[in-house]
Write a protein that binds this ligand. Structure first.
Ligand SMILES: N[C@@H](CCC(=O)N[C@@H](CS)C(=O)NCC(=O)O)C(=O)O
Length: 422
């Protein structure tokens, strides 16, 4: 019989238990017709959680409240999984990261986000303190993840589930790319985890926030700083506005009428004789004699004035210890490159028969450089070393050919996977 979880459909605290349930093979169902602010105020609900907060899990042995406790219960109810690791020290570390992500990450994201959404007073120094504590925590997490794929051991544990759900709130609401790019290992970790099938089933496709929510139009004043003299509050408000940290540029813009979308600068480049779609069609339709037809066709079409070719090499190959995680990581990269589909073609190879696997790729971009918007908007770009292909060098040209045709062996090794972006 399924356990009943009382929560709305988009509650990141409920996601913890729902994802844990997927890993643990436990049936958990959201209570039908749950309505936040109504269902959690009824006498029946208050019997389950006297302070009326969600989520609450109904079990045959009685209710459990507090989302971490619920997720722990779900992870353990059958007791035949590794969500809690396989030794006492794993268990200790899993609990350590659960507390860390709840107290140092989730709490500070909440202190930053909630006042901007109008839940509680907006106080610039408090926001500054929350952001600074959050950065300290993300810095520590980033250092740990520089040499670890998961928080504990070599598989997903409850610590990853709870940490990812906590990061999810930040990534989807307030931690925009320019903020998270300071923590590349956290970014890699987050996108890898949310793209695991058991996470994806619950979270769907995750999209990073592209703007920090603006400051509420009437910032609340702290009760203690109530003005004595008539003209003091204005001065205070002005001073605080000056001190405001990380003021999002979007704030002022959001008030204005929408501007027409500027053209992508790549559309303003001089026309090229190379038609990218023609190359993509040739690549897709060539089933035999690939060298003679597709590769030859590529070089016949290639326009070094209008396009450039780039090799990329993953900087953290030592982390690629699990084949499916490595392949998912590359899959995630290609999904995020969707924004460049009109201007790029790519091949990504996962190389080797044993871990750690190497990830290398070849990209064709419109224009003489890697487009700036790709660098700015696709965080994966920073995870690779990029070098421009010198097409006057026959060895480099041959390497391009081998990457396009998934040549095996590649640089003496077999291919675990080859993905194409077209
Ligand atoms: N520490 C609790 C936090 C629960 C919580 O704050 N829930 C919010 C919704 S996400 C809520 O029920 N708010 C309604 C209220 O405060 O009355 C947990 O992890 O379950």
């Amino acid at each position: 019989m399924a356990l009943i979880l009382h929560a709305g459909k988009s509650n990141k605290n409920a996601y913890k238990a729902l994802i844990a349930a997927e890993y643990a093979g436990v049936q958990v169902q959201l209570a039908p017709n749950f309505e936040m602010g109504v269902s959690n105020k009824t006498p029946e609900f208050l019997k389950m959680n006297p302070i009326g907060k969600v989520p609450v899990l109904e079990t045959p042995e009685g209710p459990v409240f507090e989302s971490n406790a619920i997720a722990r219960y779900v992870a353990r109810v059958k007791g035949d999984n590794t969500l809690y690791g396989s030794s006492s020290i794993d268990y200790g570390h899993i609990e350590q990261w659960i507390d860390f992500s709840s107290l140092e990450i989730d709490a500070n994201i909440g202190r930053w986000f909630a006042p901007r959404k109008g839940f509680g007073p907006y106080l610039p120094p408090a926001e500054e303190a929350a952001i600074s504590s959050l950065k300290r925590a993300l810095g520590a997490l980033n250092t740990h993840l520089a040499t670890n794929t998961y928080l504990v051991g070599h598989t997903v544990t409850l610590a990853d589930i709870i940490t990812t759900c906590n990061l999810y709130l930040g990534f989807t609401n307030i931690m925009i790319k320019s903020f998270t790019s300071e923590f590349p290992h956290v970014e890699r970790y987050f996108w890898t985890l949310v793209n695991q099938p058991n996470f994806r089933k619950i979270l769907g496709q995750v999209k990073q926030a592209d703007a920090v929510p603006p400051v509420p139009s009437k910032p609340a004043q702290p009760k203690e700083s109530k003005p004595k003299a008539k003209d003091e509050p204005k001065k205070e408000a002005k001073k605080e506005a000056k001190k405001e940290p990380e003021k999002p540029k979007v704030e002022e813009e959001e008030e204005e009428a929408p501007k027409p979308k500027p053209k992508n600068p790549l559309d303003l480049l001089p026309p090229s004789k190379m038609i990218l779609d023609e190359w993509k069609r040739l690549y897709s339709n060539t089933k035999t004699n690939f060298r003679e037809v597709a590769i030859k066709g590529f070089w016949d079409m290639y326009d070094p004035e209008g396009y450039s070719l780039w090799f990329c090499d993953y900087k953290y190959n030592d982390e690629n210890t699990v084949s499916f995680v490595t392949m998912n990581k590359v899959g995630g990269f290609l999904q995020r490159m969707d924004l460049a589909r009109k201007y790029a073609f790519g091949k990504m190879l996962v190389i080797g028969s044993q871990p750690p696997f190497k990830v290398k790729g070849l990209w064709l971009f419109r224009g003489p450089e890697i487009p700036k918007f790709v660098m700015d908007e696709c965080y994966d770009m920073e995870l690779y070393e990029w070098s421009k292909v010198d097409i006057s060098d026959e060895n480099q040209k041959e390497r391009v050919n081998q990457m396009i045709e998934d040549h095996e062996p590649f640089e003496g090794e077999s291919l675990l996977d080859a993905k194409c972006f077209k």
